[in-house]
Design a protein around this ligand. Structure first.
Ligand SMILES: Cc1cc2nc3c(=O)[nH]c(=O)nc-3n(C[C@H](O)[C@H](O)[C@H](O)COP(=O)(O)O)c2cc1C
Length: 336
């Protein structure tokens, strides 16, 4: 596919097909799996700027980074300029992030209700103020993740993109759906192309890429500088490598098992990692917590395989790695 290394500020993404931020999914364990399978860069799960400001224990676990993650963005949401600036400065001084990304597109009720995420698209000038202030406050590169609009009627897809660029952002990632559509329906890659045409800063396109052919088509239609993949990578982290090198074979059942086990074991390790003392206390031990958290990933890893339905019926009863892997083996045996 015709993509060059993407550079903005001090960041270079050699292969600009990146993992999207996804709350509940893109923790350090999953990011490492995607990176090992070809993802060019990744983002943290969305992290509350107010939570960082209030020193909330729950917030800091989202900022755990592994050495496999780089380049990685600390991805934050908030409404107030002050909170976004303080959170960005905090992230910069951690010394573990390559750039800072500002969320201006999350349509989830509890975020929008606070005037943050997608709600910022209703006040485009506030986006400009946040970007300008954050750029002034930190030396790391700053990007924005947004959408083509709040709804089809407002605002025009070029308005926010221009404000973001004029305010000094180094890069923009645009999800080609309206916030009013959440994550449903087709993404509008032509509008991504119009944004690409209108801006000088690099544009990463997002929305609806689930196969290597989709990635190539998004780039062909829009001319974007990079591709961001969300749900298409869940249970299918090999997608990045397949996009990079179309000759990559479909993973064997053995390879699938290896990745499932590695992912789960990393999640157990990560869940038990209290070294930084900032992980939230849980009523589950790390292995139980990891197995619970792993359920939506596992459901996708075994998608399309015989025996999946039976495994899913028992998913909530699997609280240790041995039981999960035993159930996985049973499914794989049925598909030899
Ligand atoms: C479960 C889930 C969680 C998400 N969390 C975030 C988030 O934390 N921050 C964000 O900017 N977008 C978030 N998104 C949106 C994705 O980053 C992406 O824009 C969207 O899924 C469209 O890409 P896709 O069609 O490749 O999945 C989330 C999407 C899903 C499905």
């Amino acid at each position: 596919m015709n993509l060059k290394p993407l550079k903005f500020g001090t960041v270079t993404i050699d292969f600009p097909v990146v993992l999207a931020p996804m709350a509940g999914y893109t923790d350090a364990a999953f990011r490492s799996i995607c990176k090992e399978n070809g993802a060019g860069a990744c983002y943290t799960e969305v992290t509350s700027a107010e939570g960082i400001r209030r020193d909330s224990q729950k917030t800091f676990q989202f900022l755990e980074v592994s050495k496999l993650d780089h380049p990685i963005a600390g991805h934050i949401f908030g409404k107030s300029v002050g909170a976004m600036v303080e959170a960005s400065q905090y992230i910069e001084q951690l010394g573990t992030f390559d750039w800072i990304d500002l969320n201006c597109g999350c349509p989830v009720k509890k975020v929008v209700r606070r005037g943050a995420g997608a709600a910022l698209m209703k006040e485009p000038e506030q986006i400009g103020e946040i970007v300008r202030a954050v750029k002034k406050a930190v030396s790391l590169p700053v990007s924005v993740k947004t959408r083509i609009g709040f709804s089809p009627s407002f605002p025009d897809h070029l308005t926010i993109a221009k404000i973001v660029e004029d305010a000094g952002a180094d890069m923009i990632a645009v999800h080609g759906r309206y916030a009013s559509n959440f994550h449903g329906g087709p993404a509008d890659w032509e509008k991504l192309g119009e944004i690409k045409q209108a801006l000088k800063i690099p544009v990463i396109g997002n929305g609806g890429v689930v196969t290597p052919e989709d990635a190539a088509e998004m780039v062909r239609v829009s001319g974007v500088d990079g591709v961001m993949i969300g749900r298409g990578a869940v249970g299918n982290p090999w997608l990045f490598e397949q996009i990079k090198n179309p000759a990559t074979p479909v993973p064997t059942l053995g390879k699938r098992r290896e990745v499932i086990e590695t992912h789960l074991l990393r999640l157990v390790e990560m869940t038990g990692n209290t070294a930084q003392g900032r992980r939230c206390k849980s009523k589950y031990n790390p292995e139980q917590g990891a197995c619970l958290h792993f359920r939506p990933h596992l459901a996708q890893y075994i998608k399309g395989l015989r025996g999946r339905r039976v495994l899913l019926q028992h998913l909530n009863e699997m609280h240790d790695v041995e039981t999960v892997m035993g159930a996985v083996d049973k499914v794989l045996e049925q598909n030899q």
